[in-house]
Design a protein around this ligand. Structure first.
Ligand code: ADP
Length: 346
C-alpha cells in the first residue's frame, strides 16, 4: 500500500486538556474509503480523536498525515474535504433548503441547486416537497440529524466523521443514516470514522472496529476491560498476583505488578470459551457466566458474543462453527478461561 492509500496516519499523538492526558496513540493508520467504528465508554477520548481527525483541534504532541501529507489544524487544504457531524447537529436558524445549500454557497457553487438538494434529501429519506421550506425548528430530532447529514453529503466529502450520529434518533433515521453513509463510500470513496454506543448498528456499517479506552486505541476491536479495585491475596510467594474479587465469590487472578489504579485489558484472542471447567489445563482463570447477547458481525460472518460474569461483561468474537459445536445461545451457562499472564495493564 502506498502512503496515499491511507487517508490518515497518526504518529505519536498525545492530547492533554490542562494536565490531563486524554489521548495517547503511537501509530494509527486509516485506509482511504474504509469505514472505521470507534467503540469506547464515555470520556474515553472518541470525540477528541474525531476533532483531531477533522483538523479542528491541534494535538498537544504528534503529527497527523492526511493522504501522505503532514497537515495542520484549520488548514484550508483539508477543511473543504473533511466534515464532522456531531450528536446534536448544528442547524442554521433558517430553512432546510438554506441549511443544505449553505456549504455550496460558501464554495460559490450555485449550479442546479434545486436538483442537488432534491437528491441530497432523497438520500436521507426526506422528500423535497415536504421538507425543503421547513424551518429548522419544525423538524424532529431524527429529521434534523438527517438534514445535517444531507448538508454534509451534498459536498461529496472525502472524509465524513460521525460522532454518535444515532444517539438521539429513531430506528428509521438510524437505518437511513447507515444507508447514506454506505452510499457515500460506494459512490465517492468517502472515508468514514464513526463513534457510536450502538454496537449492533456500528458492526452493521463498519469494516473495522477500534476500541478506545482511557485514550488508548486497541485495533482488534472491542477488548475486555476489568477495572479495579484489585487486591493482593493472602498467599505466598512475594511476587503475588493481584486479584479482583467478585461479589458472587469468584476470583479473577491478574498478573502483578501493577499500580492499583491501573485497568486490566484482556484481549479477545486470549480468552477461551467452554461448557465445563477444565481443572487440568493450567489456565489460572476459569470463570462461570452466561451469554447475554449474540450479534452477527456482518463483514467477518463471526458472532460477537457478550458474556456476563457476575457484573463484568466480556465480549468474544466466535466463528459460527464454534457456536454450533458448543450449541451456544443467549442464556446458556459457559466458562471463560484466560491466563493471568495474558493480562495487559494500562
Ligand atoms: P468521549 O467522546 O469518548 O466521551 P471525549 O473525547 O469527549 O470522550 O473526552 C475525553 C476526556 O476529555 C473526558 O475526560 C472529558 O471530560 C475530557 N474533555 C473533553 N473535552 C474537554 C475540554 N474541552 N476541556 C477539558 N476536558 C475535556
Amino acid at each position: 500500500m502506498t502512503k496515499k492509500d491511507f487517508a490518515y496516519h497518526l504518529k505519536n499523538i498525545q492530547h492533554y486538556y490542562g494536565n490531563t492526558k486524554v489521548l495517547d496513540i503511537d501509530d494509527l493508520k486509516i485506509e482511504t474509503g474504509s469505514i472505521t467504528g470507534l467503540i469506547g465508554p464515555n470520556g474515553s477520548g472518541k470525540s477528541t480523536l474525531l476533532k483531531l481527525l477533522a483538523f479542528a483541534r491541534k494535538p498537544t504532541r504528534g503529527r497527523i498525515f492526511y493522504k501522505g501529507h503532514l497537515e495542520l489544524p484549520f488548514s484550508s487544504t483539508v477543511r473543504s474535504k473533511i466534515t464532522l457531524l456531531t450528536q446534536k447537529p448544528y442547524l442554521l436558524k433558517r430553512t432546510v433548503f438554506e441549511n443544505i445549500t449553505y456549504g455550496l454557497k460558501i464554495r460559490k457553487d450555485k449550479n442546479n441547486l434545486e436538483n442537488r438538494v432534491k437528491k441530497a434529501l432523497l438520500n436521507v429519506g426526506l422528500d423535497y416537497q415536504n421538507f425543503a421550506q421547513r424551518k429548522w425548528h419544525e423538524l424532529s430530532g431524527g429529521e434534523a440529524q438527517r438534514v445535517a447529514m444531507a448538508a454534509r453529503l451534498i459536498l461529496k466529502p472525502e472524509v465524513l466523521l460521525l460522532d454518535e450520529p444515532i444517539a438521539s434518533v429513531d430506528t428509521e433515521s438510524a437505518r437511513l443514516i447507515r444507508q447514506a453513509s454506505l452510499k457515500a463510500r460506494d459512490n465517492w470513496g468517502t472515508t468514514l470514522v464513526i463513534a457510536s454506543h450502538d454496537l449492533q448498528w456500528l458492526y452493521s456499517i463498519s469494516d473495522r472496529q477500534l476500541s478506545i479506552f482511557k485514550g488508548n486505541i486497541f485495533s482488534t476491536g472491542m477488548e475486555n476491560i476489568i477495572t479495579g479495585p484489585f487486591v493482593k491475596p493472602d498467599v505466598k510467594p512475594d511476587d503475588k498476583p493481584l486479584v479482583k474479587k467478585l461479589d458472587d465469590g469468584q476470583i479473577i487472578t491478574l498478573k502483578a505488578p501493577a499500580p492499583k489504579t491501573c485497568t486490566a485489558i484482556i484481549r479477545k484472542k486470549n480468552i477461551s470459551i467452554a461448557l465445563k471447567k477444565q481443572p487440568g489445563n493450567g489456565m489460572d482463570n476459569q470463570l462461570s457466566g452466561h451469554i447475554v447477547s449474540m450479534l452477527l458481525e456482518k463483514k467477518s460472518g463471526h458472532i460477537m458474543t457478550t458474556i456476563s460474569i457476575h457484573d463484568l461483561c466480556f465480549i468474544l468474537t466466535l466463528p459460527p462453527d464454534q457456536v454450533s459445536r458448543l450449541d451456544l445461545y443467549p442464556g446458556k451457562k459457559v466458562i471463560l478461561g484466560f491466563y493471568s499472564n495474558d493480562v495487559e495493564w494500562i
